[in-house]
Design a protein around this ligand. Structure first.
Ligand SMILES: Cc1ncc(COP(=O)(O)O)c(C=O)c1O
Length: 213
């Protein structure tokens, strides 16, 4: 049995109850393998968040943690990620991946540089936190419900079909998230720079005046 958990989750942006999750993983039979996708882990503010890496460090070999350079590192186009797991797990994955031929040197050089660039990481996180606050403030003012975000996007409840909102935003050169069935009245808003979010909330407020939201 393979269990795939995305934590923090996409598109909800929320984190699991990590204490519960870790206890559950530990309680499962050895033939249950967990894949923990922590693509958004670097954005988390909630102190209750626990990375699956802790379990790897404790010696558990029935899980692997997936990380990516596509999110806080902003390298999505360069296509690089990595897995953290027990040696036996990583060796098993190696048997199935032609990793030697799938990486290019510029991507590796960029990743190595970014990985150690604490300043860039802190700057990115701070910018994302600021952008989120700008969006939260407007959503609160407009009384638009949303889920507590631990990522670089916020899932908002339009209480109306997504399509017209999507089209109106597109007319303003803003691309909001695609539909995520069954949550068809919800919209995932990716966080841009604080300046971009200021523009976005201006449009939201205009839409409210026009009766569109
Ligand atoms: C949870 C999650 N994992 C992974 C990815 C993509 O990662 P990568 O660009 O490394 O394939 C995404 C991107 O949308 C994601 O939401």
């Amino acid at each position: 049995v393979i269990v795939y958990l995305v934590n923090p989750n996409n598109p909800t942006s929320t984190i699991a109850d990590c204490g519960f999750m870790i206890k559950w993983i530990k309680s499962q039979p050895k033939n249950t393998f967990f894949v923990l996708d922590e693509a958004y882990g670097e954005f988390v503010n909630d102190p209750s968040f626990k990375s699956g890496v802790e379990l790897v460090k404790q010696g558990f070999d029935n899980l692997v943690v997936l990380k990516t350079f596509s999110k806080i590192f902003a390298m999505a186009g360069m296509r690089l990620g990595y897995a953290i797991g027990a040696v036996s797990v990583i060796n098993k994955i190696r048997d199935h991946v032609a990793y030697e031929v799938m990486m290019n040197q510029s991507t590796l050089a960029a990743a190595m540089a970014e990985m150690n660039d604490k300043e860039f990481l802190a700057e990115s996180k701070e910018s994302n936190d600021k952008a989120r606050e700008i969006l939260y403030k407007a959503l609160d003012e407009l009384k638009i419900p949303y889920l507590p975000s631990q990522t670089n996007f916020v899932f908002i409840n339009l209480k109306a079909p997504l399509k017209p909102f999507f089209e109106h935003m597109k007319d303003e050169n803003i691309m909001v998230g695609r539909p995520f069935p069954p949550a068809l009245q919800w919209c995932r808003i990716s966080l841009g720079t604080p300046a971009e979010m200021t523009y976005f909330v201006e449009k939201l407020k205009e839409f409210r005046k026009k009766g569109w939201i």
